[in-house]
Write a new protein. Structure first.
Length: 339
């Protein structure tokens, strides 16, 4: 989708992937299939590009640093060091005086027992690295489950988070340029099933004060990173003494699934905003053109795509990923209601 947005602006992409079936290979002419540790391949790739970006946060830090010595890599790979580690990320957010769930680092079972005593139950134990869509996460309902939970995360360095009894989950997709311009899309409300995003709705049905506060939080985070490109910030809406407030759950240093509705529901997509930002171009001012609902097609749900094709007004996106393994995001369908 980034490559398609670049093509719309007359820019060409060269995609580097370590996976032979990378779906972006289907839409660009210049491709490199190589491991992220292959320095000769990285070197050649850097030579062929004017600017380099990434669209998933687990790009090995060493590969990003190698490329950054040769060409501009945006957003700066330093952002990865923060967002690849849940503890560093949470500390970063807390240092900005932005609310998060209560949390504590856990490096061994004794620390987990102590953290449970401090934070209480229910709680969620999450590995610090390589967790997404609920992977590397386990809910702890009572303190006696500590040892089993520690085993379940493979005894990997983790954090314990207090379980947040949220009213809903929302996200902000923000774009920022090198000279500090920021443009946010309307706050999106997200519904997860089995920890995987299932439905995004824009605008979020939350109080006006929070609709204004969420982009302010996103801007503070983007500024603190001196971020260039698009980032997604996931937040919980929590009721505190009857007043709803926002807590940041996670920062995604990339275009985000909850922003896919912008392809059909806004005058500019998150993908185009990202390309504009990294190309050093001005951002567009996004205008939402209706009430948007995006539904992910997960695993075998994609087999039923023909039904979505028949829905009046629905826009169907299929990613060309091949096999619809359980839990894999295979496509999405967006509907826009214009009043
Ligand atoms: P994450 O990988 O941190 O984005 O978590 C995936 C999903 O798990 C979130 O979108 C929430 O639905 C749920 N979740 C994660 N952390 C918490 C928490 N501390 N309290 C309640 N639910 C959570």
């Amino acid at each position: 989708m980034l490559a398609q947005a670049a093509a719309k602006l007359g820019l060409q992409c060269h995609v580097f992937s370590s996976e032979a079936d990378a779906c972006s290979f289907q839409v660009v002419q210049r491709t490199t299939l190589a491991d992220f540790s292959d320095q000769a391949a990285l070197e050649q790739f850097a030579r062929d590009c004017d600017v380099i970006t990434y669209e998933f946060e687990n790009v090995p830090a060493a590969a990003a640093a190698f490329l950054a010595k040769r060409k501009a890599v945006l957003p700066d790979p330093g952002v990865l060091a923060t967002t690849q580690d849940r503890l560093i990320e949470k500390n970063f957010v807390r240092n900005l005086k932005i609310a998060t769930a209560p949390y504590a680092p856990v490096d061994d079972l004794a620390q987990l027992v102590a953290a449970l005593a401090k934070i209480g139950t229910p709680a969620v134990l999450k590995t610090r690295r390589f967790g997404y869509d609920g992977k590397g996460q386990v809910k702890i309902r009572k303190p006696s489950e500590a040892a089993a939970a520690w085993q379940a995360v493979g005894e990997a360095p983790s954090i314990l988070e207090g379980f947040v009894d949220f009213e809903c989950e929302v996200s902000v997709i923000a774009a920022r340029t090198g000279d500090g311009q920021v443009a946010c899309f309307d706050v999106t409300e997200n519904e997860h099933r089995n920890h995987i995003l299932k439905i995004s709705r824009a605008p979020a049905r939350i109080p006006a004060a929070l609709l204004a506060e969420a982009p302010r939080i996103a801007k503070r985070i983007a500024k603190a990173f001196d971020y260039v490109g698009v980032l997604g910030i996931e937040m919980f809406v929590v009721r505190r003494n009857r007043t709803p407030v926002l807590m940041v759950n996670e920062i995604a240093p990339r275009v985000h699934n909850s922003g896919h509705w912008t392809l059909d529901g806004a005058t500019v997509s998150q993908f185009e905003q990202h390309i504009r930002a990294i190309a050093g171009w001005p951002l567009a001012k996004p205008v939402r053109i209706g009430r948007a609902t995006m539904v992910n097609l997960i695993g075998a749900e994609v087999d039923d795509y023909a039904r979505s094709l028949k829905v009046p007004g629905a826009s169907v996106h299929l990613y060309g990923k091949g096999e619809g393994r359980p839990g894999r995001k295979m496509g999405h369908v967006t509907t826009i209601v214009v009043k």
